[in-house]
Design a protein around this ligand. Structure first.
Ligand SMILES: [Zn+2]
Length: 168
């Protein structure tokens, strides 16, 4: 990896250089990690090794490796013992000085030891879409029956109140 392809101040560049969260997956262009602020059990991120902000900036090699990465991470999610994962994560040294509410919350969820029923996959491509770190990170979020009361519309709910629609 050339030094020009990473930014020393970028958290996800540190991740891709193995200086932060442990890898759960790696291919030529991407690494995968479990998010340490999980929304649901198995919440994972797929991160390009190269410092690019947007999915639309991926080059042809990275595009070719993208699907392999998201499906590879899905396979890891489905073979990981979630109780064991989060009991280990909550003990990690580098997380000791920050709130661990998300980890403690998922440890209490009734579907912690179940296989995901569905997935939400995607990224916030731009600050206005909610991206907070300007290095692409694709979210692979396992979904479980009952994790919210009414999942209809899914990702449409990013604009509250305009998600629901009626099909004739
Ligand atoms: Zn970066």
């Amino acid at each position: 990896m050339s030094s020009a392809s990473t930014d020393p101040h970028c958290y996800f560049c540190q991740v891709s250089q193995r200086k932060a969260d442990p890898f759960i997956f790696e291919n030529r262009s991407f690494v995968g990690i479990f998010d340490t602020n999980p929304v649901n059990p198995g919440h994972a991120l797929v991160i390009p090794k190269r410092h690019v902000a947007s999915i639309f900036e991926l080059n042809s090699t990275e595009q070719a490796d993208y699907f392999d990465a998201i499906t590879g991470v899905k396979g890891v999610i489905e073979t990981t013992d979630m109780a064991e994962l989060y009991q280990e994560m909550v003990q990690r040294d580098y997380l000791q000085d920050r709130p661990k509410t998300h980890i403690e919350t998922v440890l209490q969820l009734p579907f912690l030891d179940q296989k995901p029923d569905a997935y939400t996959v995607g990224n916030n491509d731009g600050r206005e879409a909610g991206r907070s770190i300007d290095h692409l990170h694709v979210i692979v979020l396992p979904r479980y029956k009952g994790d919210i009361a009414d999942p209809r519309g899914g990702i449409r709910n990013v604009i509250p109140g305009r998600a629901n629609y009626q099909r004739r």
